[in-house]
Design a protein around this ligand. Structure first.
Ligand SMILES: [Zn+2]
Length: 206
């Protein structure tokens, strides 16, 4: 969120998300090193979540801690090396409203036909840190899946939130955004990433 935006007087949690319709993200997790592009777990579809137990809750708490430590707006399990189709997010939409949640077994939809408009804003990935290039994606998205307790969840949004829901669902399918851009953009991305390498040691952000 912009640093210069004055917080509304009614905002009780200025450092937290504005909306967590299915409950807050789990806390108390451990920050783990972020898995990078090129690691096999990131490039194959993830296993579906079938057990909604304490182990899942602990994993998602670690994912949440790691996402915040890395200043990210979303993180999938494969990004901490776990082969499971689940992601967490805490991300602003086009109006700056921050929405947070957990989605297991996500299925994303984007508008079709006349409703489909592409937004070619910059995109980055915590698993390829220090690099950003334009990546065209539909400007709205909705995702359905299940939450930590196995009950159905649905999130919808525009702006960065739409991009995030698509980017994180892609991770659960083994796709990274580098797969969605052309050769020239991919080279530009690699150059930025290599230049920033010493800012992101292998155990970052742990
Ligand atoms: Zn990513």
């Amino acid at each position: 969120m912009p640093d210069d935006a004055a917080a509304p007087a009614t905002d009780e949690t200025p450092d937290g998300p504005d909306e967590t319709p299915y409950g807050p993200l789990p806390t108390g997790g451990t920050v783990r090193p972020i898995t990078r592009w090129g690691t096999p777990v990131m490039h194959a579809p993830q296993r579906r979540v079938t057990e909604f137990d304490d182990d899942l809750r602990a994993l998602v708490a670690d994912m949440t801690a790691t996402m915040y430590a890395a200043d990210g707006v979303g993180l999938a399990a494969c990004q901490i090396g776990v082969d499971l189709a689940v992601f967490v997010f805490d991300c602003p939409d086009a109006s700056g409203r921050r929405v947070a949640g957990v989605v297991c077994n996500p299925d994303v939809s984007t508008p079709e036909g006349a409703e489909r408009r592409l937004d070619d804003s910059e995109e980055g990935c915590l698993s390829y840190p220090g690099a950003f290039v334009d990546c065209a994606r539909p400007d709205r998205a909705s995702v359905v899946g299940v939450g930590l307790d196995g009950s159905p969840v649905r999130f919808e949004g525009d702006g960065l939130l739409a991009r995030c829901l698509q980017h994180e669902t892609d991770h659960t399918l083994g796709t990274v955004f580098g797969d969605r851009i052309g050769t020239k953009a991919r080279k530009k991305l690699a150059k930025q990433h290599d230049k920033a390498a010493e800012d992101f040691p292998p155990d970052w952000p742990a």
